[in-house]
Write a protein that binds this ligand. Structure first.
Ligand code: 9MR
Length: 371
């Protein structure tokens, strides 16, 4: 009798464990909370990186293209669009019933030079730039109308002190380029969600200008649905309190928050959490301390940091539309080369062998507990 009982307990434990292993996923656990997404690179979009593709299909409910929808790729020459990669990306999302995000329509970086210059290399007039923005946005948004559900309309236009970035868009059009971009996108697909996306968006200076921007757009009758807070997070900065305050401020201004581009670097940072990709720092051995793996204490600290942020996101789930990781596995992360080239970082949920890290199970449990 005792033996039978022991056997059934063991069988139950074993099947319970297996079921958890095979059925549970981030996508299922978070389905009534918010979309949980990832960025996709070209090998994933083309289907050649099958290990990543399996993970994406199983774990994520939303996708964004890491690079192939940026203006230098979509319109490398005026009027010459290249849609092959973006088309495959959108097809993948449709086929797998995912919430598809377009990244990004207007960004000063990765924009081709022709966008801003005439044939003599001088800045174009405001009239010409407006027309080019309109053509670019209208062509792309109309092509994926009804399929791409939300667009990062403008990316990284405000600096930490709250001033506008002195980009070519700003130089030629002033602050007006932002409402114009939103208006063109809205006209091209009235049902798509429209976002302003930026890094360090918890900085009080940025929060002030971005909330003002939201109010100005709304006052003009132009729709903005959410602010995308890029979450390139470090081990010490930002604090949960700083992040929470920003989420609440954006909610108060009448928009949802997308947590975008989430990755938590386990490495020392030379300057904080900027994601301005033109900034680079010289390689230094001391800044690459974990080439052969994370020490246990750092790994625990890193996991706690992920858990703390997800607790925050779950606490504010009413205001959060989506949480999107900036990639699948550590080996593919941009963080290995930023802000210092050639380091070994551990910012994502899947390791270099494409195995889920223990944090995945912990996040699933957190979501299930918060049901
Ligand atoms: O991860 C992206 C990297 O592969 C590209 O080389 C880089 C330049 O296009 O952009 C990276 O993604 C950026 C995102 O588009 C906007 N926010 C900052 C991200 C990291 O630089």
């Amino acid at each position: 009798m005792k033996r039978i009982m022991l056997w059934s307990i063991m069988t139950f434990a074993a099947t319970g464990f297996n079921a958890q292993k095979s059925d549970n996923s981030l996508k299922k656990a978070f389905q009534n909370k918010f979309y949980i997404g990832t960025a996709m690179n070209l090998d994933q979009i083309h289907g050649t990186d099958t290990k990543s593709v399996d993970i994406i299909k199983k774990q994520f409910s939303s996708i964004v293209a890491e690079n192939c929808m940026k203006s230098m790729y979509l319109q490398p020459k005026e009027g010459q669009f290249f849609f092959d990669d973006a088309d495959q990306f959108v097809e993948f999302g449709d086929k797998n019933k995912m919430f598809i995000i377009g990244h990004t329509l207007i960004w000063h970086s990765q924009a081709p030079d022709w966008f801003f210059t005439d044939k003599n290399g001088n800045n174009v007039s405001s009239k010409v730039l407006k027309q080019r923005m309109k053509d670019h946005i209208t062509t792309i948004v109309s092509r994926y109308k009804g399929r791409v559900k939300g667009w990062d309309v403008v990316n990284e236009a405000i600096l930490e002190d709250g001033s506008y970035r002195k980009s070519k868009f700003y130089e030629i059009l002033g602050e007006e380029f932002i409402p114009l971009a939103f208006q063109y996108a809205q006209e091209a697909d009235p049902n798509a969600e429209l976002y302003y996306n930026d890094y360090n968006e918890w900085h009080p200076g940025k929060v002030k200008t971005v909330t003002q921007l939201v109010k100005n757009l709304k006052a003009k009758g132009i729709r903005i649905d959410a602010v995308g807070m890029q979450a390139h997070i470090g081990m010490d900065s930002p604090s949960i309190g700083e992040y929470e305050k920003a989420i609440l401020d954006y909610a108060k201004a009448g928009v949802k928050v997308n947590i975008t581009e989430l990755d938590i670097s386990a490495l020392p940072s030379p300057w904080g959490t900027s994601a301005n990709i033109s900034d680079k720092v010289q390689y230094d051995e001391k800044m690459n301390p974990y080439r052969n793996g994370l020490p246990k204490d750092v790994q625990i600290q890193w996991e706690n940091r992920y858990e703390d942020f997800f607790k925050l996101f779950l606490k504010h789930k009413k205001n959060i539309r989506r949480v999107t990781l900036w990639g699948v596995s550590d080996n593919l992360s941009w963080k290995n080369d930023f802000p210092i080239k050639g380091r070994t970082d551990y910012p994502l949920l899947f390791d270099r062998q494409y195995k889920s890290k223990p944090i995945v199970g912990k996040l699933i449990r957190l979501a299930e507990e918060g049901r």
